[in-house]
Design a binder for this molecule. Structure first.
Ligand SMILES: [Zn+2]
Length: 418
């Protein structure tokens, strides 16, 4: 995440600020805020329970079923799981469009990862406990406090536990929500809860494109077939060439070769070699330029290895085949500076005495933002660290600030207590 100027106090939006202050002063809202504190132990239990159900990429069904049961327990209506595994629950209102509160339910961890989730004091430990156990807990906390309150809101709320945010999931859950006619046009605002904290507003979607590059050759014995083109050598040349591509500091643009694979034994000419490449930028133009550079470096590396093979070969020279498979494509986009959602979250932060910075990142918000919809990603409160490692932790202290921030934003967007 890259820091850009802090969110200013919201003096320029007096009407939104007054509305937020009015809502925050309602007795029912204040009672809800108190419950965010008094029910903390329940939220921590839900968070640990959710995190103990494995949810690897493309394997979120069990956690989704668990979440659907909690949605029903909390009195949400129209609880359903769609064909990709997204879980929906509705709290009815009076309008036709929805304020969506979503949290991704998938993790980066493979199904075999031991999920030893434990609590020590205010801290929870274990893989996925903050990213996105905290988001799931926040969604349940808001739904449960609303279930026990007499807070009326105009626009209905839809709670969504979506699949496929991490890595190769490639935002497939959110992509599907916004490809479904019933939801695409019905969701007016998307509030996405991802990870811990209350000090950020992701309103700019960092774009990325990911590739698996595969080189294939005839392979053979290292001694008797010497001369055959070697995919590992060609892949190494491609990495060497591509990694010299200059990238601008602004717009920030990055590349990574994250995985390489290939070969079977030390005395075999490999039949294949592959790598996974990640390209990122806030500018789609830069991503296109990097993709072009990658393909160029690959073409040159393959040609060089084919030429070398032709010189070495005793028999008829053989050539390499290359394949570039796109394994990820997250569109870039940003929230308009005058978007209502941005005014509301700024006013909510001012009301709660919270300081937050607008950031750019790659989150579920990329999908609605790339479609020109109002969306932000924020944290679930508390604090956390070690995301995507087995040492991940979440500290519940200060969770209530994040929850108040979410609830007040939803109520303001919805038009509440009218
Ligand atoms: Zn996450």
């Amino acid at each position: 995440m890259e820091r850009i100027p802090p969110v200013a106090a919201s003096d320029s939006y007096p009407s939104v600020q007054q509305e937020v202050a009015r809502l925050a002063g309602l007795p029912e809202v204040r009672a809800a805020f108190d419950r965010f504190r008094s029910q903390e132990s329940q939220f921590a239990l839900w968070q640990m329970e959710a995190t103990r159900v494995a949810a690897p990429p493309f394997g979120e069904a069990a956690r989704g079923a668990w979440l659907a049961d909690r949605f029903r327990d909390l009195g949400l209506v129209d609880v359903q799981v769609d064909e990709v595994g997204n879980v929906f629950g509705v709290r009815p209102g009076y309008g036709r469009r929805f304020v969506a509160l979503s949290a991704h339910i998938d993790t980066v961890f493979p199904a075999t990862t031991p999920l030893h989730i434990r609590q020590q004091g205010s801290r929870l430990y274990g893989p996925g406990v903050a990213d996105n156990g905290a988001g799931i807990a926040a969604m349940l906390a808001v739904a449960s406090v609303l279930a026990g309150a007499r807070i009326s809101h105009a626009l209905p709320f839809v709670f969504i536990g979506n699949v496929g945010e991490e890595g190769e999931g490639d935002l497939r859950g959110m992509r599907h929500v916004f490809a479904t006619p019933g939801w695409r046009d019905a969701i007016a605002y998307s509030l996405i809860v991802d990870g811990a904290g209350a000090d950020t507003v992701v309103a700019e979607a960092l774009g990325s494109r990911r590739f698996e590059v595969i080189l294939r050759g005839p392979g053979g014995h290292s001694w008797s077939d010497f001369g055959a083109p070697n995919p590992i050598i060609a892949l190494s040349r491609a990495i060497e060439g591509f990694s010299q591509t200059p990238v601008p500091a602004t717009p920030k643009t990055t590349f990574n070769v994250g995985v390489i694979r290939g070969g079977t034994s030390v005395n075999s000419i490999p039949e294949s070699a592959s790598m996974r490449v990640d390209l990122r930028s806030t500018s789609m133009v830069e991503i296109d330029r990097l993709e072009h550079a990658l393909r160029l470096a690959l073409g040159q590396a393959v040609a060089a290895e084919d030429r070398a093979a032709a010189q070495r070969a005793i028999r008829k020279p053989q050539v390499l085949q290359s394949e570039v498979v796109e394994i990820g494509n997250r569109p870039a986009g940003e929230l308009a500076k005058d978007a209502r959602l941005l005014k509301v979250i700024r006013a909510v932060d001012a009301q709660l005495g919270n300081t937050a910075q607008v950031q750019r990142a790659s989150t579920d918000a990329n999908i609605p933002l790339s479609l020109g919809r109002e969306a932000i990603a924020i944290g679930a409160g508390g604090s956390g660290g070690g995301a995507h490692t087995l040492q991940e932790w979440f500290d519940c202290h200060g969770r209530d600030l994040g929850l108040k921030r979410i609830l007040l934003t939803m109520l303001t967007l919805s038009g509440a207590g009218e």
